[in-house]
Design a binder for this molecule. Structure first.
Ligand code: UDP
Ligand code: MG
Length: 313
């Protein structure tokens, strides 16, 4: 029998953990005629009751597996860890807060049976999200696509159903800072955009404050593009051209006594600040890439597991 694995990251989700499990379980139990299942919860270093709740669930249902991190390593790390331990043929990644309805899994499985290898959720409508979140999400996807070398589908989060083959490829990639949305698009395969309506968070607050969103955005851009470096190069050339023009202009005005550049202070200040800014921006950009190289060289893991339940190593 084929098996469906569901990967659910949790960070301070004591308010939703139980309901999330019930909903997902109900959907999967209804599929038991055709598919075996497992649910993998990743406790991403929450210090509230999340782990205790999950532990109880795992006691009564051995199909529930738990990975608990030694501290908070972030959403992407949590999902990446889950993917390492899945044993199913079709793998579903879903948020804990039921914003992405688990009821859609059976329908997504139909597309999988038709031969699609990645069925990714594309948000048609986003209920109950602030104008600020919608705007930042829009800016995020637009910048990412303008800057990156692969086409990352708009309005797509991590909610998706993926074939085992694709997961094996993702797991075999050596990079540490995995930006999954980008990677799933980068690997190719037969992809299907599954449109759905994103619901309101069932309970609790978003675990993606602005700081985490910015980190995700910069991870996405830096790990999928070297364009920022090229833009910096282009700006550098532009500023050199401008400074040459200014030089020619001041020479001419000196020779022909146009007399309009009085003390020369303004122009030199403009050039200096402009170049100074350019240099700092370039250094920052290059620094970002070097930081990445440094990170990868250290070879530190993306996460540390402190405890697992129902998982044999
Ligand atoms: N999450 C996580 N680690 C984090 C932040 C979030 O595992 O550091 C999980 C969170 O528990 C949820 C999912 O990632 O299951 C998406 O987070 P959230 O719903 O807060 O994000 P939003 O839907 O607001 O973008
Ligand atoms: Mg959410």
């Amino acid at each position: 029998m084929k098996k469906v694995s569901v990967v659910i990251p949790m960070y301070y989700e004591e308010q939703v953990a139980e309901t999330c499990y019930k909903k997902v379980k109900e959907v999967l139990e209804n599929l038991r005629e055709e598919y075996e299942y497992e649910i993998i919860f990743i406790n991403d270093g929450s210090k509230d009751k999340t782990f205790a709740i999950l532990e109880n669930i795992a006691k009564e249902n051995e199909r529930v597996k738990i990975i608990s991190f030694s501290r908070n390593f972030g959403h992407q790390a949590a999902v990446t860890a889950g993917l390492k331990y899945v044993t199913g043929d079709a793998i579903v990644i879903i948020d804990a807060d039921l914003q992405d309805p688990p009821e859609l899994i059976p329908d997504m499985l139909k597309y999988w049976e038709q031969g699609y290898e990645v069925i990714y959720g594309k948000r048609k409508k986003r209920d109950g999200e602030s104008a600020f979140k919608l705007l930042t999400a829009k800016v995020f996807y637009n910048t990412l696509n303008a800057l990156s070398d692969v086409d990352i589908p708009k309005d797509t989060g991590d909610f998706r159903l993926v074939d085992r083959k694709v997961i094996d490829v993702i797991n075999s990639l050596p990079e540490h800072n995995k930006f999954l949305r980008g990677l799933f698009s980068w690997v190719g395969f037969n992809q299907y955009a599954y449109e759905y309506e994103r619901k309101e968070r069932f309970a609790g607050k978003t675990k993606y404050p602005l700081k985490k969103m910015l980190k995700l955005a910069s991870d996405g851009i830096i790990s999928f593009s070297t364009k920022p470096l090229k833009i910096v190069g282009g700006l550098g050339i532009l500023s050199i051209v401008i400074s040459i023009l200014i030089l020619i202009y001041s020479l001419l005005s000196f020779i022909f006594k146009w007399n309009n550049i009085t003390p020369g202070w303004t122009s030199s200040m403009v050039v200096m600040t402009f170049l100074g800014g350019m240099i700092l921006v370039s250094l920052w950009m290059i620094g970002e890439y070097i930081a990445r190289i440094y990170d990868e060289c250290k070879g530190r893991p993306q996460y540390i597991i402190s405890k697992t339940i129902n998982i044999e190593e």
